[in-house]
Design a protein around this ligand. Structure first.
Ligand SMILES: Nc1ncnc2c1ncn2[C@@H]1O[C@H](COP(=O)(O)OP(=O)(O)OP(=O)(O)O)[C@@H](O)[C@H]1O
Ligand SMILES: [Mg+2]
Length: 133
């Protein structure tokens, strides 16, 4: 049973690989098909941001457990320019033209938690968690 996986994000094919892998892990953990699709959308958003703003990076996902509760953590990290204003990045209603257009704000809404650590000039790490209901 695979309980963790990761994909280096360098091009569009890697985004597709990330979608496939997160669906497989979500199925192992016990999420519903609707939730696999939601998690694939989250991976798409975070991977596109890596490609658009940092050029390259990686996404990791692993099973999590807390007092008998099970879930999944999704981590996207890069060594790009960083996000100068995280609050603004989460509030902004950006284009719906690119991809699904849910953006970071949409990811926050879809997941149970979202944490962004970003250091200007050093990079960005986004961690999102979703628990089984
Ligand atoms: N990995 C990252 N590195 C640097 N900046 C980022 C990163 N991810 C997001 N940002 C910044 O945060 C902003 C908000 O990101 P978000 O994904 O919500 O919207 P968007 O990428 O601008 O548009 P959309 O995702 O809707 O096409 C981006 O415009 C960008 O300035
Ligand atoms: Mg985006």
């Amino acid at each position: 049973m695979i309980l963790e996986d990761h994909v280096d994000i360098v091009n569009e094919d890697d985004v597709i690989a990330g979608r496939r892998k997160v669906r497989m892990l979500a199925a192992e953990i016990g999420f519903s098909p609707a939730e696999w699709a939601m998690l694939a959308a989250v991976i798409t958003e975070l991977s596109r941001n890596i490609l658009d703003y940092a050029g390259r990076g990686e996404v990791l996902f692993h099973a999590i457990e807390d007092g008998g509760r099970r879930g999944i953590a999704v981590i996207a990290r890069d060594h790009g320019p960083g996000i100068p204003n995280i609050k603004e990045a989460l509030q902004a209603s950006y284009s719906v033209a690119g991809g699904l257009g849910v953006g970071l704000r949409g990811v926050k809404g879809l997941m149970d938690s979202l944490e962004i650590i970003s250091v200007p000039g050093k990079g960005t790490t986004v961690t999102a968690r979703k628990w089984l209901s």
